[in-house]
Write a protein that binds this ligand. Structure first.
Ligand code: SF4
Length: 713
C-alpha cells in the first residue's frame, strides 16, 4: 500500500462509530479500512463506508454555493454558482427580513443525524437561539425508545456489547444487526461458538435471522404484550432472581398482580400471533439461562405504543437479575454515558423558554398549517427531509411553496436540494474535525480531516459562525474554534467523563468512558428517582400515564378493525443493509445492490390479490401512494408488507417513496415518529392496460434528473 494512512472516525448515524484508516494519495482518498486496533471496530467497516469514496467524489457532490434560478422541484430546478459572500449576504438579509416582518419563530432550522459528531451536529443551536428561531424537537429516530428506557432504567446505558460474547442466551429484539449494528455480529457469532442460543424477535425475517436459532415473527406493534407474556411465565414458574428483585427493583408486587391477572399466555398468543408454546419456550429459555443478554433495537418503538413497549421490555432483565451476570444484561444504547456539557456547546442560555417548538416529525404540518407565525424560512443541514420525513407528499408540497425561503447546506444533491433557494456545499467527515461519541460502544474519539475540503465546501461550524457575523451577532461564543467547543463539551462533572483528555483524543487514541467492560452498569443503583429499576414509575403516574408496564394496541394495527376493512395490510419500512437512512441513495453501486424499490408481501396476501413475483404494485392509503415491485416471500408474515429503504423520492417511479404512506402521528412517550405503524392496501398495478413488471433499468438515476451547479472540480 502506498500513500499516507491517516486515522479518522465514521460520523454516520450508526451505533458502531467505527475508527477508520484512510489512505490518501496525491490528496485523494483511495482506501478506507477499519482500524484493527479499535476494540469495537476490529479491522472492518460496512461495505457502504468502505466505499465511501464513491460518495465523496460523486458527480453529485455539492462543491460550490449556488442559487436556484428555476422552479422548485426535481428535474425542474436550475442552479447558478455564486460566491460564499453572495450566499451568506442573501441568507442573512432574507432572515433579517423574515424576523422583521414575522418574528424569529418564522425561521425553522431542520437537522438530524447526517453527522452524529458533537461539534457539527450541535453548532447551529447557538445561532438559531440567538436569532429567536423556532426550536426544532429532534425526535424522528430514538425519542420514544429513550423515553421508555428512561422510565424503567433512568439512563441510556447498558451492559457492554462486547461482553455478550460470554452470554449463553442472546435475544435480539427489534433490530436487524446485520444492517444497523454490524460489529455486534462477530460478538454474537463468538457466543454461538461457545454454545449460546440466539433468539430474534421481529415480524420480518432479515439478514440477522441467519444468526438466530429461533425467529419469533410477532405481529408488528405487539412487543409489549410479548414481554408481558414472558413475565407471566417467569413469575408463574418462579424463574426469577428474587434477591435482585428485592434489592434493585421497585414495584414488583404490583407488576406481579397485573401480569398474572391480565397477561395469561393464551391472551398474549392471540395478541402477538405467536403460538403459546413459542412464548413459553422463549420465556423458559430466557429465565433459565446462566447469563441472558438482551440487545434492544428501535423498530418496535416506532409504533404509537412504542415508548411503553420499550419501558416494558426493559423490565425483563430486572426479573432475572441479568445485569449483574457476566455475559448477561441488556443494552439499548450506550450514549447516556457520554455526558457532554451540551448546554454549553449549544448555548442553551440563549434559548428563550417561551419560543415555539416544532416537532421534526410534523414538518408537513409546520410547512402547510402553521399560522402563528407561518414558517417563512427553512434552514436544512445534516438531513434530507424530502426523502426521510413522514407524510412525504405533504412535505414535498410544503417545500414547493413559492413563498418559503429554503437554504440547504449539503454534501450531495439530495432530494431536498431540489427545493432549495440557496445551496451551500458541506464538508464530509474526511474533510472536517470532529468529536464523536457512540451509541453502541463506550469509546470517545476525535476524527481529523484527512484531505482538504473539496471545492469550496465548509463545515456546519464555520457556516454558522459566518452567518452569525453577517446577522450582526457579536457574542463571544461565535469566536470559538472547533477545539474550543470540544473542550467545552468535555468540561463536565460527569463521573463517566472524569479524566478524559482532549490531547490524547486529538492524537487519535480512542478513550473509554469510565465504565469497565465487564462491569454491571447498575451495581451502584439505577438512574431513576428511586435508584431502582422501576417496574412501578411515579413519573409515569405524575404524567397521568399508567405507572405499570402494559400493552395497548396501536392506532393503525391489527386491532383497528374499522380501518383494516379499507387498509388490511400493515406496512413496515425498516432500514436496508445497502442504504443508511438516505445517505447512500446517491451511490449507483448501492442502488444497484438494492435493485428497484420493492415491497415484500406474504404468498397468501399476494395470492388474494393475484400478485405474482416481480409485479408492479400500487401501495396506498389516505395519505398517499407509491408504486413498487412485489417480492413474494415468507420472510414477512401474513398481513404485513415490508418496504426496505430508504429510497430517495427521485429514484422512485412516481417521485414518492413508502414514506408517502407514513403518518406524522406521535408516539405515546417521547413524541417520536411512527414509521412502522401504518395500514395500507396493495394491488397489482396496470401499465397501459397490462400488468407492469419493474425492470432495474427503469429506475431513473439521479444524474438524469438533477442539474449540477457548474463548474465542477
Ligand atoms: S456506518 Fe456503522 S458499521 Fe459502517 S463504517 Fe460507519 S460506524 Fe461502521
Amino acid at each position: 500500500m502506498s500513500g499516507r494512512v491517516l486515522k479518522t472516525v465514521c460520523p454516520l448515524d450508526c451505533p458502531d462509530a467505527c475508527s477508520i484508516l484512510a489512505t490518501v494519495e496525491n490528496g485523494r482518498v483511495t482506501r478506507l479500512e477499519g482500524d484493527p486496533d479499535h476494540p469495537f471496530t476490529r479491522g472492518f467497516l460496512c461495505h457502504k463506508v468502505a466505499h465511501y469514496d464513491r460518495r465523496l467524489y460523486s458527480p453529485l457532490r455539492v462543491l460550490y454555493p449556488a442559487r436556484r434560478v428555476g422552479p422548485k422541484g426535481p428535474g425542474a430546478g436550475r442552479f447558478e454558482r455564486i460566491t460564499w459572500d453572495a450566499a451568506l449576504d442573501e441568507i442573512a438579509s432574507r432572515f433579517k427580513a423574515v424576523v422583521a416582518e414575522y418574528g424569529g419563530e418564522a425561521i425553522l432550522p431542520y437537522s438530524y443525524g447526517g453527522s452524529i459528531g458533537i461539534v457539527q451536529r450541535n453548532s447551529g443551536h447557538r445561532f438559531f437561539y440567538r436569532l429567536g428561531a423556532s426550536r426544532l424537537l429532534r425526535t424522528i429516530c430514538d425519542s420514544a425508545a429513550m423515553a421508555g428506557w428512561d422510565m424503567t432504567i433512568g439512563k441510556a446505558i447498558g451492559n457492554d456489547l462486547m461482553q455478550a460474547a460470554e452470554s449463553d442466551y442472546i435475544v435480539i429484539w427489534g433490530m436487524n444487526i446485520a444492517a444497523t449494528n454490524l460489529h455486534f455480529v462477530p460478538i454474537v457469532k463468538a457466543a454461538k461458538k461457545r454454545g449460546a442460543r440466539v433468539v430474534q424477535i421481529d415480524p420480518h425475517r432479515n439478514r440477522t435471522s441467519h444468526l438466530a436459532d429461533d425467529v419469533l415473527q410477532l405481529r408488528p406493534g405487539t412487543d409489549a404484550a410479548l414481554a408481558l407474556g414472558v413475565m407471566h411465565v417467569l413469575i408463574r414458574e418462579d424463574l426469577l432472581d428474587r434477591d435482585y428483585i428485592e434489592r434493585f427493583t421497585l414495584g414488583y408486587e404490583a407488576l406481579r398482580e397485573r401480569v398474572l391477572n391480565e397477561y395469561p399466555v393464551d391472551r398474549v398468543a392471540r395478541i402477538t400471533g405467536l403460538s403459546e408454546s413459542q412464548i413459553v419456550e422463549f420465556a423458559r429459555g430466557y429465565g433459565r439461562a446462566r447469563a441472558p443478554f438482551l440487545r434492544v433495537g428501535f423498530a418496535f418503538t416506532r409504533h404509537d405504543n412504542g415508548g411503553m413497549a420499550m419501558r416494558t421490555i426493559a423490565c425483563l432483565p430486572g426479573l432475572v437479575g441479568a445485569f449483574r451476570k457476566r455475559g448477561g444484561g441488556a443494552n439499548h444504547e450506550s450514549a447516556g454515558a457520554f455526558e457532554f456539557n451540551l448546554d454549553r456547546v449549544r448555548g442553551e442560555d440563549r434559548f428563550h423558554p417561551a419560543t415555539r417548538e416544532i416537532n421534526m416529525v410534523k414538518l408537513a404540518e409546520a410547512l402547510l398549517e402553521e399560522k402563528n407565525p407561518p414558517v417563512k424560512a427553512l434552514y436544512v443541514y445534516n438531513c434530507n427531509p424530502a426523502a426521510v420525513a413522514p407524510d412525504q407528499s405533504r412535505v414535498l408540497e410544503g417545500l414547493r411553496r413559492p413563498d418559503l425561503f429554503t437554504v440547504v447546506h449539503e454534501q450531495i444533491h439530495t432530494d431536498t436540494v431540489d427545493y432549495a433557494d440557496i445551496v451551500l456545499p458541506a464538508t464530509t467527515f474526511l474533510e472536517n474535525l470532529e468529536l464523536y461519541k457512540s451509541y453502541g460502544h463506550y469509546y470517545l474519539q476525535v476524527g481529523k480531516p484527512v484531505i482538504e475540503p473539496l471545492g469550496e465546501a465548509k463545515p456546519n461550524f464555520d457556516v454558522f459562525r459566518l452567518l452569525a457575523r453577517r446577522c450582526g451577532f457579536t457574542d463571544e461564543c461565535f469566536d470559538d474554534t472547533e477545539v474550543d467547543v470540544m473542550s467545552q463539551a468535555l468540561d463536565t462533572p460527569s463521573k463517566f467523563m472524569a479524566g478524559i483528555n482532549l490531547e490524547r483524543l486529538m492524537a487519535g487514541e480512542p478513550i473509554r468512558v469510565n465504565l469497565a467492560a465487564d462491569a454491571d452498569p447498575f451495581a451502584d443503583g439505577f438512574y431513576t428517582p428511586s435508584g431502582k429499576l422501576e417496574f412501578y414509575s411515579e413519573r409515569m403516574a405524575a404524567r397521568g400515564l399508567d405507572p405499570l408496564p402494559r400493552y395497548h394496541a396501536c392506532s393503525e394495527g391489527v386491532e383497528n378493525t374499522a380501518l383494516r376493512e379499507r387498509y388490511p395490510l400493515q406496512l413496515l419500512v425498516p432500514p436496508s443493509v445497502h442504504f443508511l437512512n438516505s445517505t447512500f441513495g446517491v451511490v449507483d453501486e448501492q442502488r444497484r445492490r438494492m435493485g428497484v424499490p420493492s415491497v415484500k408481501i406474504h404468498p397468501a396476501d399476494a395470492a388474494q390479490r393475484a400478485i405474482a413475483q416481480g409485479d408492479r404494485v400500487r401501495l396506498w392509503n389516505d395519505r398517499g401512494e407509491c408504486h413498487y415491485q412485489a417480492e413474494v416471500t415468507t420472510d414477512t408474515r401474513e398481513g404485513v408488507v415490508v418496504a426496505e429503504g430508504l429510497w430517495w423520492a427521485k429514484h422512485t417511479e412516481d417521485g414518492q417513496s413508502a414514506n408517502a404512506l407514513v403518518s406524522t402521528r406521535l408516539t405515546d412517550l417521547g413524541a417520536g415518529s411512527t414509521f412502522q405503524c401504518n395500514l395500507v392496501e396493495v394491488v397489482r398495478a396496470e401499465r397501459n392496460g397490462h400488468t407492469g413488471r419493474v425492470a432495474a433499468e427503469s429506475v431513473p438515476n439521479t444524474e438524469s434528473r438533477i442539474p449540477n451547479p457548474e463548474p465542477r472540480a
